[in-house]
Design a protein around this ligand. Structure first.
Ligand SMILES: [Mn+2]
Length: 282
């Protein structure tokens, strides 16, 4: 077996703007995420992998699996972070998260389930992992797990506009088949958070979802995106209107877009959360 230096960590994020694109999610947020990660890796000295080959037989989200497997050849741990996530705490190092007693480190969703009024055990059963941001150790179990997940082609969606079901569901299905494997997963706080629950000290925020109804007029949306893009470029602390920024990324650019999914409540927001706040130029 090839020996890999202890705790050599690669960071992987890639962004692909879909051919059919009704929102700013990949066009603006995705590009921001790549820049955000590049800055983080430069500052912390981690190798950054953003050039990932995408198989044409399935949605781009699946490409994280072969990309991680490839990185395992030369690294002992991999941080995967979706192109709809931003690292908020650029000073935080990853070594403290890489616990050799586990194969996978994921975000605990207890706060999220509490908010939804779902008992934690039931919530974990339904969604044992969220693959937006996670760490994986280059172990035999991790390799086998990822390979088997990639084989679950029943979760490959062939709709024209990807509906958000994919590799995460394949991994969840595998964990349901082998419940004892849950002990290989470490649940931590502050790895990735829902924008609504963000608090200082959280490592990253996951701006999940897409094709939300158009609620923020385009000139306002543009102001919000530009302000966040400028902040991201400067690696300055992000602005406070985090829910509003989330909505600008995932809402349909046009009010009459052919695909509309969810509403404000679906994303756990109230209308006030995405409204302009004091001091914001609109
Ligand atoms: Mn995501």
């Amino acid at each position: 077996m090839r020996s890999v230096p202890e705790c050599k960590i690669a960071v992987i994020t890639f962004n692909e703007v879909p051919a059919i694109n009704y929102t700013f999610k990949y066009d603006r947020l995705g590009r921001m995420a790549v820049e955000n990660r590049r800055r983080y890796c430069e500052r912390q000295g981690y190798p950054f992998i953003c050039d990932v080959s995408v198989a044409r037989d399935r949605p781009a989200c699946w490409a994280k699996i072969p990309a991680i497997l490839k990185a395992f050849e030369t690294h002992s741990w991999v941080l995967w972070a979706d192109s709809d996530t931003l690292i908020f705490d650029q000073a935080r190092r990853l070594e403290e998260l890489c616990d050799p007693d586990y194969d996978m480190v994921v975000q605990s969703h207890e706060e999220f389930y509490r908010f939804l009024g779902i008992p934690a055990a039931q919530g974990l059963e339904r969604m044992p992992i969220n693959t937006g941001v996670f760490l994986m150790r280059a172990s035999a179990w991790s390799r086998a797990f990822l390979q088997r997940a990639y084989e679950q082609t029943q979760y490959v969606c062939h709709e024209e506009v990807w509906n958000g079901v994919g590799e995460q569901e394949a991994m969840i299905w595998l964990l349901r088949q082998n419940p004892a494997d849950r002990r290989r997963i470490k649940y931590v706080e502050n790895l990735q958070n829902h924008p609504k629950f963000y608090r200082r000290g959280d490592f990253s925020v996951h701006f999940y979802g897409n094709h939300a109804p158009h609620l923020i007029p385009l000139p306002e949306c543009e102001e919000v995106l530009r302000r966040w893009e400028a902040t991201n470029r400067e690696a300055a602390p992000f602005p406070a209107d985090i829910a509003r920024f989330h909505w600008c990324c995932i809402q349909n650019i046009q009010p009459d877009a052919p695909v509309v999914r969810g509403d404000v409540a679906h994303y756990l927001y109230s209308p006030g959360d995405i409204a302009p706040g004091p001091g914001q130029i609109v």
